[in-house]
Write a protein that binds this ligand. Structure first.
Ligand code: CP
Length: 356
């Protein structure tokens, strides 16, 4: 049976712990795993720019003894001639054993998994989710903080469009006693569906505008970039940029044990003199990402990742998703599909919620 990694909600907490431990074992004894994917091919289909995710996936596969194919600019592939996502994925899944895909449309990885003969890994789908960044983040927290529970976690910046934020909150809400302090402007708050998840999980959370107020109580500060590419105009972006900047003065308000994470790339939200502070672990975090992806690839190719129930897509012919960034808006052959709860429909690709 083909197993995919689209959303970490479909991976049990036990399995997350297996991935974290395996990432540590591989880091400590890389020679033991250097032939473990010999003869296997990873395809990286990157419809959006990337440095860390694409190259850490490629490095991960090579360090496991496998090979890689793929594109980092769809305009150099037959996508430029109008080939659909469905056809591209169908073809490449005949060449590769596993596919890591990044796409600007929300729900694209879910859609790809419907047509692929090889497992799909979501390497970021628009402003929606970035599950392998979350694996990177939890491996970092486990190693640098020492636990994943009972943490006061501050998330700061573009909480609306930051897919790494959405994935991380969803996953960390499963660990006992975590509390979230969400620092953003009112325009860049986390989406409603993420707040609903927090409420349902019983996790405490608060929303703040001022980062200084949050600093003294935090165990973890997760800084994020304002996602320029998700704004409809440069003016809108400029209204939101430059508001949150972590500098050494602000960092001095934090605990000695604080850890500062950032999925990177950064623009101006952390000044470079912060890099020297031992509490800044974002460069280490990027390296943990390679080991997290090695563990994931190893488990997916050698023994399928045990999943909770996967989403089942059943066509809804009456409604269409009204999220303009949803993959169903770009690839019109995709069946519309929703989860129905009361007077709400939730799109099964992008999690957009609509009133019926
Ligand atoms: N963190 C992250 O996704 O970085 P890239 O965009 O460089 O892959």
């Amino acid at each position: 049976m083909i197993e995919n990694l689209i959303d970490l909600e479909e991976v049990s907490t036990d399995k997350l712990e297996t991935i974290i431990k395996l990432a540590g074992e591989i880091k400590n004894d890389p020679d033991k795993y250097k032939e473990s994917c010999r003869g296997k091919i990873l395809a990286t289909l990157f419809y959006e720019p990337s440095t860390r995710t694409q190259m850490s996936f490629q490095a991960a596969m090579m360090r496991l003894g496998g090979n890689t194919i793929g594109f980092d600019n769809p305009m150099n592939s037959s996508v430029a001639k109008g080939e659909s996502l469905k056809d591209t994925v169908k073809i490449i899944s005949g060449y590769a054993d596993i596919i890591a895909m990044r796409h600007p449309a929300e729900g694209a990885a879910r859609a790809a998994s419907m047509f692929s003969d090889a497992p799909i890994i979501n390497a970021g789908d628009g402003g929606h989710l970035h599950p392998t960044q979350t694996l990177t983040d939890i491996v970092t927290l486990y190693n640098e903080v020492g636990r994943l529970d009972h943490l006061k976690i501050g998330l700061c910046g573009d909480l609306k469009n930051g897919r790494t934020v959405h994935s991380l909150i969803k996953t960390m809400s499963h660990f006992e006693g975590n509390e979230f302090i969400l620092v953003s402007t009112p325009d860049l708050e986390v989406p409603g569906y993420i707040k609903s998840i927090l409420k349902a999980s019983g996790c405490r959370y608060s929303e703040l505008y001022n980062l200084n107020e949050a600093m003294p109580v935090l165990d973890v500060l997760y800084m994020t970039r304002i996602q320029r590419e998700r704004f409809s105009s440069e003016e809108e972006y400029k209204r939101q940029s430059g508001i949150y900047v972590l500098d050494t003065k602000k960092l001095s308000l934090g605990k000695g044990s604080l850890k500062v994470l950032h999925p990177l790339p950064r623009v101006d939200e952390i000044t470079s003199d912060v890099d020297k502070d031992p509490r800044a672990v974002y460069f280490k975090q990027a390296v943990y990402g390679m080991y997290a992806r090695m563990a994931l690839i190893y488990l997916m190719l050698n023994k399928p990742v045990e999943k909770k129930a996967q989403r089942h897509i059943t066509e809804n012919r009456v409604h269409k998703c009204d999220n303009p960034s949803c993959i169903t808006r770009r690839e019109p052959y995709l069946p519309n599909a929703f989860k129905n709860s009361g007077d709400m429909l939730t799109c099964l690709y992008c999690d957009n919620r609509m009133l019926i």
